[in-house]
Write a protein of this length. Structure first.
Length: 241
């Protein structure tokens, strides 16, 4: 992960995401609903639900919204069934793009996502065309503000918790874990007293590709179009922003 800062991408898009807060909450509610419907309403025994709830809390989703989504899933006969689907495609300069959708209508999702690529200089690829360029990782960000801890000391904490890698900037410690170890590392760091500013399972690119200057605006438009789709839960790419 050396040289890759997910935190920079998070901050780069934070303003746009803040403007879409209502839509983000709607999507998070759908993820919580489906996780609870599939595995039960208790996050302690339903790992998928715990991940969905943690993701919602990281995005400052109110507890009432979370509780409503879980209750709706446990009420007999309520709501639809959603299926997670992965779409793979390309942006300018061969940039790899992964799109995760949670949908109750595959035809609608496939059509809208294809249009999101085609209308903005991209193209939808075949299954497996770009997913091999990413690794499933746990990602945790801890702000350095008010934290009197050197990089070496933090690295020891991360390794003892079972983490894989640490990236450090003036603002934040970025911790990466194997996808299977994410929950245990997250819990160990919480128990050690750290406040987690960001915590999630994510897809990390093995390498990054620069966005051509003359294509940067169109690429941003493509990512916005994909993220704005009601069925899309996550968009990942290997662009060097």
């Amino acid at each position: 992960m050396a040289g890759h800062s997910k935190w920079k991408n998070i901050q780069h898009r934070k303003g746009a995401q803040d403007a879409k807060r209502g839509k983000i909450f709607q999507k998070l509610s759908k993820e919580i609903y489906q996780a609870a419907k599939d595995g039960g309403p208790d996050p302690e025994t339903n790992a998928s639900l715990r991940l969905a709830v943690d993701k919602a809390k990281t995005n400052n989703m109110p507890n009432d919204n979370i509780d409503r989504a879980i209750k709706r899933a446990t009420d007999a006969g309520q709501g639809a069934d959603y299926k997670e689907v992965l779409y793979e495609g390309y942006g300018p300069n061969g940039i790899a793009v992964l799109v995760y959708a949670l949908t109750d209508n595959l035809n609608r999702s496939s059509t809208n996502i294809r249009l999101g690529f085609d209308r903005n200089g991209g193209s939808l690829g075949e299954k497996g065309s770009v997913s091999y360029m990413f690794d499933r990782k746990g990602y945790i960000a801890i702000s350095r503000e008010g934290l009197d801890l050197s990089e070496d000391d933090m690295l020891m904490q991360v390794l003892e918790a079972g983490g894989e890698d640490l990236e450090t900037s003036d603002e934040v410690f970025e911790i990466y874990t194997d996808g299977h170890d994410y929950a245990s590392v997250r819990d160990a760091l919480k128990e050690a007293g750290f406040k987690l500013d960001q915590s999630e399972l994510t897809m990390v690119p093995q390498t990054t590709i620069p966005v051509p200057e003359d294509k940067a605006e169109l690429f941003e438009k493509m990512i916005d179009a994909l993220e704005d789709d009601d069925d899309v839960s996550e968009v990942y790419h290997n662009a060097e922003m």
